[in-house]
Each structure stands twice: as structure tokens, then as C-alpha cells.
Design a protein around this ligand. Structure first.
Ligand code: SOE
Length: 376
């Protein structure tokens, strides 16, 4: 029997995951069969249109009617609706895949991670950090774990966007502390922190992030409300940009930042790592490539990570044919749904989402207090 999937949310992420679900049987024939059973949202007519477009069998306007009845629940709603539906689903024994950041607040993230722990290892609870599923990122992880970069000294991550640099860009839930938790910090910084944990977080490499010093900035304090026909504005109560210094367990230094005001940069996420034996660089805008420099080299070598033995590539096209942003969602959906079918653990889990949230929370606390914060 196909797994019945219920999905809350039909915006950007709803589209990305529905597309991935549709691609799975074509390109990942071993993935469990699924039915896109129910699409959940508040506004019935927009919801019905979206269900039609995205290939769902039915709609529901209350998640409470769905989360205990389906085999899998996807929570792709805004951050402030991550906690309650996810916890209720897990309490009913339904596996959950939740978009990042795991929650708007540390308290919510803790409650969600507790619910996941109580549901048990055979009920996967995944946090949708899609950038772990870039073949070049997984290739980088293999190099790091094989010790090719040696002892890790420096880690750098920047996530730059510019969609708010226009002061007339409309207000949205992403600008509100109650609804989103934070701004660039949670929305973009969560990805960077998760990738750094994934790549160098093991004990043999840099280990955990131990201390942080953060700075948050809001450049535009209020924004127009779209569609009212008036000049109504709403306050912006989150950061437009953040930067932070990190210290890892092994003494490595991290520098990370994100902005929604980086003029000309649309979705520019870069990671750089320097070890005693070499360095590497990754840029999301060139996601099929990894730049690697080994000790003694006089420059970076660009490796095209599109060989048939590179992660996931054999599912797509012949070697050398590049893949794109949407493919990452197919990879993570395959891994998550296989975990659901097997009743096995999935990573990144809610525990990973919570670990990232602790770092984000410490960065915000550091900005508030004007001092370094040590993580527990
Ligand atoms: C924000 O602009 C956003 O859509 C994030 O929410 C996503 O996580 C990121 O992948 C792209 O940018």
C-alpha cells in the first residue's frame, strides 16, 4: 500500500516538495510508493487550486483532522505553525518532515525534539535542511572524513540574498518575530549552521560549536502591507542581517553571516574550510562544483561532482549533465521516505534542528547582551 502523505503548506516549499514527490517514482524507483493524499491550508479556494496543480487527492482546512490519519505528515507552514501540528502528529505516532528552521524559538524546538524522542527511533522526525543533499556537499564530507584536509582551523559560511534591500518590499510573516522567530539569522543562518555541523561537526574534525559572538541588524523598521490599497505599514521585528564568530571544540574559528540586503546576491550560499592539509570551497550558485586545494597545490582545482559514482548522480543523467536546486528536494524526500518505510532514523533529525537552533539562539543572546555566549 502506498504511504499516505499529508502536507501542510502550498507556498514555495509546498511546491518544491510536491515536485520532488512527483519525480520520485521516475528517478528513484526504489523509493516507497506514496499518495499525495491531503493538502492542508486555511483558505479553501486557494487550497483547492493548489491541490489540483500539485497533484493532491483531497484538501483539509484543519491539520487536526489529518495528522493522526496519514502515514506521513509534512509541515511546510510558516515557522510559528511548526510546533503544534508536528508535536500532535508525533504523539499520534506519525512520522514528520518539518521545514527549517525547526521552530521560531528554542523553547518550541526543545518541545519538538522531546516529542520526536518520545515517539521513538522507528518514527522518523526530519528537519528539511535540503543543502545536505547537494552531491558536492556530500563529496566534501567524504573528503573531510577521510582526513584529506587534515586538522580543521577555519570555517566560513555566508548566505547572501537581496530581496529586502528595497524599503518598499512588502511586509510578510518573515519580518515578524512572533511568526518567524528571527529573520536572516533563522531563515538563512540555520542552513549555514547545519552545513557546518554536518561537514566538520564530528569529534575527529572540529567538533561542536562551543562559543559564539553575534551581531544582528535591522536596516528597515517598517514595511508596507501589500494588497490593502492604503499606505498601512507594519513593523519589522526581526534582523535583516546577522554576523557571528564561532569557536569550535578543537579551537577552529568560524565566521558566518547572512543578509537579505546583499545587493545583487539572490541565493548565494558559500562555505569555505581550511585545514592543515588543504582547503575547500563550495558555492550554491555553482552547486555541481567543489573547489579543492591540497597541500602543495598552487591553486584550487575545480571538481565537477557529476560522475556516476558521485552521490545521487546515477539517478539522473549521464556523467557531466548538471543538476539543479530542485533535485536536492528529491534526494532528501527519497532518504526521508525510505526511513519512514523502514521505520529507521533519519538525519538531519529534529535533534539536529534543535542543535542548530541552540546556536542561533546563542547568537541572538550574544547580540542582546554584548558578550560571548558559551553553549551548554
Ligand atoms: C528565503 O528567501 C529562502 O526561501 C529560505 O527560506 C530557504 O530556506 C532557502 O533555501 C532559500 O531562501
Amino acid at each position: 500500500m502506498p504511504l499516505e502523505v499529508g502536507v501542510l503548506g502550498y507556498g514555495f516549499m509546498g511546491k518544491a516538495h510536491a515536485n520532488a514527490m512527483a519525480r520520485l517514482p521516475m528517478f528513484f524507483p526504489d523509493a516507497p510508493a506514496i499518495d499525495r493524499s491531503v493538502l492542508i491550508g486555511r483558505h479553501e479556494s486557494a487550497l483547492a487550486d493548489a491541490a489540483d496543480r500539485l497533484g493532491f487527492d483531497s484538501i483539509a482546512t484543519d491539520w487536526r483532522d489529518v495528522v493522526g490519519d496519514v502515514d506521513v505528515f509534512y509541515n511546510l507552514g510558516p515557522n510559528h505553525v511548526h510546533r503544534e501540528p508536528s508535536v500532535t502528529a508525533l504523539e499520534a505516532g506519525t512520522p514528520v518532515f518539518c521545514e527549517k528552521p525547526l521552530a521560531p524559538t528554542l523553547e518550541d524546538a526543545e518541545a519538538m525534539a522531546d516529542a520526536a524522542r518520545e515517539a521513538g527511533d522507528d518514527v522518523p522526525a526530519g528537519c528539511a535542511f535540503n543543502y545536505r543533499f547537494v552531491p558536492a556537499i556530500q563529496y566534501a564530507k567524504r573528503l573531510l572524513e577521510a582526513g584529506d584536509l587534515g586538522e580543521i582551523h577555519h570555517v566560513r559560511g555566508r548566505y547572501l540574498q537581496d530581496w529586502l534591500v528595497d524599503p518598499e518590499a512588502p511586509w510578510s510573516w518573515r519580518n515578524d518575530a512572533e511568526l518567524a522567530g528571527s529573520g536572516a539569522l533563522g531563515d538563512l543562518g540555520a542552513h549555514t549552521v547545519d552545513l557546518l555541523r554536518f561537514l566538520v561537526g564530528s569529534e575527529d574534525l572540529a567538533g561542536d560549536i562551543e562559543r559564539v559572538s553575534g551581531h544582528l541588524q535591522t536596516f528597515v523598521d517598517e514595511r508596507p502591507v501589500e494588497g490593502t490599497g492604503t499606505d498601512e505599514t507594519r513593523p519589522v521585528t526581526v534582523d535583516d542581517a546577522y554576523s557571528a564568530q564561532l569557536e569550535f571544540e578543537n579551537g577552529a574559528l568560524g565566521t558566518i553571516e547572512a543578509s537579505r540586503f546583499a545587493t545583487g546576491h539572490k541565493n548565494d550560499h558559500t562555505i569555505e574550510i581550511h585545514g592543515s592539509e588543504g582547503s575547500l570551497r563550495f558555492s550554491l550558485e555553482r552547486l555541481n562544483e567543489l573547489e579543492v586545494l591540497r597541500d602543495g597545490d598552487r591553486g584550487y582545482e575545480t571538481i565537477l561532482v557529476t560522475d556516476e559514482d558521485d552521490p545521487y548522480i546515477d539517478h539522473w543523467w549521464p556523467p557531466g549533465h548538471v543538476i539543479g536546486w530542485e533535485h536536492l528536494f528529491v534526494h532528501e524526500n527519497d532518504e526521508f521516505l525510505c526511513a519512514v518505510a523502514d521505520g529507521s532514523e533519519y538525519e538531519p533529525s529534529f535533534a539536529d534542528g534543535l542543535a542548530a537552533q541552540r546556536v542561533l539562539d546563542a547568537i541572538a543572546a550574544s547580540d542582546d547582551r554584548g558578550e560571548w555566549i558559551t553553549l551548554e
